[in-house]
Design a protein around this ligand. Structure first.
Ligand code: PMT
Length: 400
């Protein structure tokens, strides 16, 4: 079936580039429907897009001709991808605040497919703190950014704010569709979040993991077409749609939840921060304050990752994480070979940027014959990059 692309066009001089974009998308055999804001039709006529897309152009939120006057819901359901090009500072602000006072902004709220924006505006407007805050907010909500590019602008100024060229936008969408098939028919098991090791009925030992990295991986794997099972320690994140999630608390529970399912999966990714030690004794009652010093006796937990990799019917590809405050490369490589992994994604923790509880991260990824740095970016983007790398290396493994 042909992919459906919903193209939103805002009022900006870059709207002329959107005509070429429609032409290129149609050349890829995508079906395109266009939505224009009232200012967009001041720049380019709706008729141009109707002719190029071979579909009626929508401009009004309330369209009595549409069945039940639910045109916005129907369009949102129809779309496999929703792209706004050009996206003005105004629409970016509206999206980021959840406003829905016209068709385009209402569609943003109604759409459940992947959303891309190609911003176009004056460089000062782009650099304005409030615009950057809005962009950051949309990124965190999973909106993907294409551009803007640097260069001379229609207003005579030079800087960031030019809309990306139509061919580059088209290329991003082509790649996105190919990504969405990368893990078709693949079962993937992912652990995420911290574990809690109880001392008594009210206290536990844990760590700073928020689950953001593991949940982003689960979402990225699902978007690549995989069936995803997430084994999650206690976190406050919502489970993404179409992902089976098993909630656990302790390292022992995580071990059981993962090991009992691992053989049925093609890939295991251990992103959870599983406790290495748990209290040797669990007090049935609250431990009372006594001496100035109190000594805790701890015992080693089972290593979930190493035990998955040691299974006779282990997943085809086993990926570990390494969280380090020093000697990142050395420790990661040691874990890769000692735990018999196919890949390890190492990250710095305890630093200002990235690691635990941050929205961003960077990964130094190692596999037996190579390595690659995935630069600091938000965890959703990073997860997508790691999933792509896993697919690439898993395919290489299966052909050797
Ligand atoms: O959750 P966030 O706030 O987004 O933070 C992300 C993260 C920093 C937690 C994540 O990127 C990460 O690094 N996860 C692994 C944390 C960790 O426990 O690293 P480690 O170097 O201690 O362990 C190495 C590997 O062994 C990990 O894959 C871990 O899941 C696994 N392990 C460790 C102990 C144990 N008992 N069982 C395990 O499976």
């Amino acid at each position: 079936m042909n992919k459906h692309i919903l193209l939103g066009i805002c009022g900006g001089i870059a709207a002329y580039k959107s005509a070429e974009l429609v032409r290129l998308l149609r050349k890829q055999n995508y079906e395109v429907k266009v939505v224009m804001t009232s200012s967009a039709i001041e720049f380019v006529s709706a008729l141009t897009f109707q002719a190029l897309s071979a579909n009626p152009v929508s401009t009004q939120l309330l369209n009595a001709e549409e069945e039940n006057a639910m045109g916005h819901i129907n369009l949102a359901r129809w779309a496999d991808v929703f792209i706004i090009a050009p996206a003005t500072a105004n629409i970016i602000a509206k999206f980021s605040h959840g406003l829905a006072d016209d068709l385009l902004s209402t569609l943003y709220l109604a759409a459940t497919c992947s959303i891309y924006i190609a911003p176009a505006m004056n460089q000062a407007m782009w650099n304005k703190e409030i615009t950057q805050e809005n962009i950051q907010k949309l990124r965190l909500h999973g909106v993907q950014l294409i551009g803007p590019e640097q260069g001379s602008q229609a207003c005579g100024e030079t800087g960031f704010g030019r809309m990306s060229e139509a061919k580059d936008i088209c290329q991003v969408l082509v790649q996105a569709f190919s990504y969405s098939n990368k893990l078709q028919n693949i079962n993937i098991l992912i652990s995420a979040g911290p574990t809690r090791e109880p001392l008594d009925p009210v206290r536990y030992i844990s760590n700073r993991s928020s689950g953001k990295m593991g949940y982003a991986l689960a979402e990225a794997a699902r978007n690549a077409g995989a069936h995803v099972t997430l084994i999650s320690g206690p976190v406050t994140l919502a489970v993404p749609d179409n992902i089976q999630c098993i909630k656990v608390e302790t390292a022992e529970q995580m071990h059981h939840a993962v090991i009992s399912r691992a053989a049925k999966h093609d890939i295991y990714i251990g992103a959870a921060a599983v406790a290495d030690y748990s209290p040797a004794d669990l007090s049935a009652t609250k431990i009372k304050k006594q001496n100035n010093e109190s000594v805790l006796k701890l015992q080693k937990t089972k290593d979930v990752l190493a035990d998955v990799a040691a299974l006779n019917d282990r997943p085809t590809f086993v990926v570990g994480f390494a969280a380090e405050t020093n000697n990142l490369e050395q420790y990661a490589k040691e874990k890769l070979s000692k735990k018999n992994l196919d890949m390890i994604a190492a990250n710095w923790v305890g630093q200002e940027q990235g690691g635990f509880d941050s929205d961003e991260n960077a990964l130094q990824v190692y596999w037996p014959s190579g390595h690659q740095l995935l630069n600091m970016t938000d965890k959703k983007q990073l997860a997508k990059q790691l999933i792509s790398l896993i697919v690439e290396k898993m395919n290489e493994k299966s052909t050797t």
